[in-house]
Design a protein around this ligand. Structure first.
Ligand SMILES: Cc1ncc(COP(=O)(O)O)c(C=O)c1O
Length: 407
């Protein structure tokens, strides 16, 4: 990892200088949301100080400038995920909205009674509930790929679920609980053998691995800005033009139309057909700034460094017999769930918080996975490239204190 210096990187993130309860903040809740570098904060500040204007419709200077910046950001996103065309990049509020858009619009177009959709047992509620809703609406069935004791998708079982009536497969790239990096290339290849499109929930994938949607050949890839150092309230749906062209608009309103009369409306071309209403211009520019920031660090270097943190924390936790790590896939990103015997995750979370350490406790919006694992929740530390081994040592000191309190 030449040139990878987390200490200087930390200086780019003002919030990391914060003290909580009089102690320096240790922020290990990156799977929930990441912190923002100064360059992203500056772009927001600059936008609202100098550029704020509604886009696409205005002929005045500011509107044109904001429109150019907005479309340039779209092009940056396109490059970041290597989409073929920028018209395949749709701005949304986040992963949840991207998945809902596909579920609703794809469902209207392609789903009928007796069809089925396949998801996995490790999905976030955002990649479960929209499919449940759309299956209910169209009298289709939702099928679940099981996972094994390590937290890996059971590929043999997946193949058995595919039928002539399977219309779509929707799986997460990286589990927000287990950390498993799913074999999405294999899932996509297998599905395509049966002409079934695949949606990837990239909420966790986008910040930990290099994503090339053309190499993956996925049909849809969904992600949120706030999980990749960009502002909250902006996200992306990548969709292959082939599918997006056929799918009806998700919402009606301004921007998504070509012509409106009281009798009939014709729709705008891609990507605007799916972007009804005034878009979130400032946050889109913030997303572009975050992309430029990550590109400078490079994703392979980010992944390598984060993996070193994961290995270190895993080996430290593994030293205790009464600590169980939940999720032991060989392919893992820096998301580490664990349980301390006899200690409820919530109690542990409250105590650890008082020591200045932010981890997440609970079901992590994956209640069906918790049922599958037969647990009520976990403690979860999720690392970003600005975290350090010294911070992991602080968490371990806290874990040791909690163990002795509950012994
Ligand atoms: C795997 C996964 N999918 C979807 C989501 C939903 O993301 P958002 O709330 O940004 O829409 C999350 C958020 O934690 C996630 O981890």
């Amino acid at each position: 990892m030449p040139n990878f210096d987390p200490i200087s990187i930390r200086n780019d993130f003002p919030i990391l200088q914060t003290q909580v309860y009089g102690k320096p903040l240790v922020y290990f809740d990156n799977a929930a949301t990441t912190q923002k570098p100064q360059v992203v904060i500056d772009v927001l500040n600059n936008y609202y100080t100098h550029q704020n204007s509604n886009i696409h419709r205005g002929v005045h200077y500011l509107s044109q400038e904001a429109t150019t910046a907005f479309e340039k950001a779209r092009e940056s996103v396109r490059g970041f995920i290597n989409a073929k065309h920028s018209r395949e990049v749709i701005f949304t509020r986040g992963t949840t909205e991207s998945i809902n858009l596909v579920a609703s619009s794809f469902g209207k177009c392609f789903l009928k009674k007796g069809d089925n959709i396949i998801i996995s047992a490790m999905e976030h509620h955002s990649n479960i509930v929209p499919w449940q809703m759309v299956c209910e609406e169209h009298h289709a069935e939702l099928k679940i790929i099981p996972i094994d004791e390590n937290g890996d998708i059971m590929m043999d079982e997946f193949e058995k679920l595919i039928t002539d009536d399977t219309r779509l497969v929707a799986v997460t790239h990286i589990s927000n609980v287990l950390g498993t990096i799913n074999p999405i290339e294999k899932i996509i290849k297998k599905s395509h053998q049966f002409d079934i499109p695949v949606l990837i929930d990239g909420a966790q994938g986008i910040s930990h691995t290099e994503v090339d949607v053309q190499a993956l050949n996925c049909d849809f890839y969904c992600f949120s800005g706030h999980k990749m150092y960009a502002p909250m309230g902006v996200g992306v749906l990548y969709g292959k033009e082939y599918w997006l062209e056929q799918m009806p608009p998700y919402q009606g309103g301004g921007e998504m139309i070509k012509e409106v009369t009281f009798k009939r409306t014709t729709y705008n071309e891609l990507p605007y057909k799916f972007e009804a209403g005034t878009p979130n211009v400032g946050d889109v520019l913030g997303l572009e700034a975050a992309i430029q920031y990550m590109k400078k660090l490079t994703l392979p270097a980010i992944a390598e460094y984060e993996n070193s943190l994961l290995q270190y924390a895993t080996s430290r936790l593994s030293a205790y017999e009464d600590i169980t790590i939940i999720g032991n896939s060989k392919q893992k990103a820096s998301v580490l769930s664990f349980l301390i015997e006899q200690v409820h995750p919530y109690d542990a979370g409250v105590i650890i918080d008082k020591m200045g350490i932010a981890i997440r406790t609970g079901h992590h919006c994956a209640q069906p996975l918790m049922d599958w694992l037969n647990i009520s929740g976990t403690m979860r530390a999720s690392f970003a490239f600005y975290n350090t081994k010294e911070e992991i040592d602080k968490m371990m000191d806290a874990v040791v204190v909690i163990r002795t309190m509950f012994l």
